[in-house]
Design a binder for this molecule. Structure first.
Ligand SMILES: *[C@@H]1O[C@H](CO)[C@@H](O)[C@H](O)[C@H]1NC(C)=O
Ligand SMILES: *[C@@H]1O[C@H](CO)[C@@H](O)[C@H](O)[C@H]1NC(C)=O
Ligand SMILES: *[C@@H]1O[C@H](CO)[C@@H](O)[C@H](O)[C@H]1NC(C)=O
Ligand SMILES: *[C@@H]1O[C@H](CO)[C@@H](O)[C@H](O)[C@H]1NC(C)=O
Ligand SMILES: *[C@@H]1O[C@H](CO)[C@@H](O)[C@H](O)[C@H]1NC(C)=O
Length: 441
């Protein structure tokens, strides 16, 4: 009896081993079918600023490319595209001379504040492909900070108006929430908000215009918890949330707008001039620019506080059955992963594949201001007779970076290597003699 059992066991072990072997072989073959094998002439895409894929072969449509961050490929004859992450582009560290047959791609979803050079066309036109916040770029990143459509229409955090009215009494909440820790902005938003506070109460929790303390569960490092349930619930209590971007560019829209929309607090928005194109419904946010000054805005908000129906006009994306009717927004959210952590990665590989496929074609293309259109720093509002009137530091930087862009374009077009000391001196000379702005801005 015992022998028979042993034989049976042995038999099963053998069967199992054969299956495992076949599986290995299958996986091996399967892989060989799908992972491109590197040929002599596989196009190479190099990330000059470390980002994206590294030492990875990938098939993009009918083309396979090798993606790497290893700069030793810069002289490889198969190098087709060099990619850059905008915030990390350093004038002192670029592959010069630029080779004629190597195209450049720029990926930048962040604020131009992180590299002001790119607000100038002279810097943009060094590149052939772009993935930026603009809807016109090759791979648009406009909605990269938005988790998905269900979050916009969902009511997980949403509080009915009656409940919000009650909270204002019980917790002595102001109708308007402001929470920022970055107070030195290109558009001096705090000046506007200080004026607004004269006419309507604002609870300000961050380090800018601080007038109230966060509850204990959010006190520590609130910046790290912005997507946490507790923070969302906290924002949801407020009727309105001030959502001021730190830069004004077409289609540059961040979580500052999306978060209040998601929790059902009405955003009071300043930033992208085209932001209404991306709202769930055309009335889902209040635009600062629709009002002459902070006082007029406050009057409108006060009227909404008096009239629940008027207020709820701005919340139809939460309250109505057929909620979101913006086709442009809906279309931009199809075909992508539905968790926030993989969305950015999805767009990065999409851009990599875009340039991989394009590298095989000979079409000419250049990045222009249309793909990255920001307006000059200016005060949103300022009492000009006030003695505190100050010149905007960011405007100086903006103009200096116009010189950077101009000099850089000149150097690269003429294959001149860059000596930073000389470059900076020349830049300041040009800036001081106002020679950087013959280009259109
Ligand atoms: C970069 O690539 C070269 C050869 O192509 C290789 O010798 C070197 O080890 C690589 N460096 C890194 C850091 O991977
Ligand atoms: C919103 O859209 C409706 C219908 O398309 C239009 O009548 C209305 O004027 C729009 N409202 C705003 C604030 O743009
Ligand atoms: C890529 O951009 C450079 C710099 O503007 C330009 O000289 C070159 O012709 C462009 N290449 C293609 C293929 O469009
Ligand atoms: C850039 O934005 C400004 C102001 O919104 C607009 O007037 C201009 O037409 C835009 N330029 C491009 C090239 O899109
Ligand atoms: C502007 O500033 C002046 C001087 O500080 C002050 O008298 C005036 O009331 C202010 N106007 C507004 C609208 O705040």
């Amino acid at each position: 009896m015992c022998w028979i059992k042993l034989y049976t066991l042995f038999f099963y072990v053998i069967i199992f081993a054969i299956c495992a072997l076949m599986f290995e072989v299958y996986v091996e073959f399967y892989n060989h079918d799908n992972t491109p094998i590197r040929h002599e002439d596989t196009p190479i895409v190099l990330w000059w600023t470390p980002f994206g894929s590294h030492d990875d072969y990938r098939k993009c449509g009918s083309v396979s490319c090798f993606f790497t961050q290893n700069r030793s490929y810069v002289n490889n004859r198969n190098l087709k595209v060099i990619l850059y992450y905008g915030s990390n582009v350093d004038v002192a560290d670029l592959p010069i001379p630029r080779l004629n047959n190597v195209k450049w791609g720029l990926l930048h979803e962040e604020s131009p504040r992180n590299n002001l050079m790119f607000v100038h066309e002279d810097a943009l036109k060094l590149f052939n492909y772009s993935a930026t916040f603009s809807r016109y770029s090759d791979v648009p990143l406009t909605t990269v900070d938005l988790p998905g459509i269900n979050e916009l229409s969902g009511t997980t955090y949403f509080l009915p108006t009656k409940k919000k009215n009650l909270l204002m009494k019980e917790k002595k909440l102001a109708p308007v929430l402001y929470i920022q820790s970055n107070c030195d902005t290109m558009n001096d938003r705090d000046l506007y908000i200080l004026e607004l506070i004269k006419y309507i109460p604002v609870d300000s929790y961050g380090s800018c215009i601080n007038n109230r303390q966060l509850p204990d569960n959010l006190k520590e490092n609130y910046v790290d918890q912005l997507n946490k349930k507790e923070f969302m619930e906290f924002v949801a209590q407020y009727k309105f949330t001030l959502a001021f971007e730190n830069a004004v560019c077409d289609d540059y829209i961040t979580e500052k707008l999306w978060r209040p929309l998601i929790v059902g607090s009405v955003p009071i928005y300043y930033g992208s001039p085209s932001f209404k194109d991306w709202l769930p419904r055309n009335n889902s946010a209040i635009a600062v620019n629709d009002f002459e000054n902070p006082k007029e805005l406050a009057e409108y908000l006060l009227a909404c506080l008096e009239d629940d129906e008027k207020y709820e006009d701005h919340l139809k994306h939460k309250l109505l059955k057929n909620k979101i009717n913006n086709k442009r927004l809906l279309d931009s959210l199809i075909i992508r992963p539905n968790d926030l952590f993989s969305i950015f990665g999805y767009y990065v590989s999409k851009f990599e594949c875009y340039v991989c496929e394009k590298s095989q074609l000979n079409d000419l293309s250049t990045v222009t201001k249309k793909h990255y259109n920001c307006s000059k720093p200016m005060h949103i509002w300022q009492n000009k007779s006030d003695s505190g009137y100050k010149k905007n530091f960011w405007l100086d930087m903006w103009e200096q970076e116009a010189c950077t862009a101009k000099l850089l374009f000149h150097a690269i077009s003429n294959s001149q290597s860059i000596n930073m000391q000389k470059f900076d001196i020349e830049k300041m000379e040009m800036y001081e003699s106002k020679k950087c702005f013959d280009i259109k801005n």
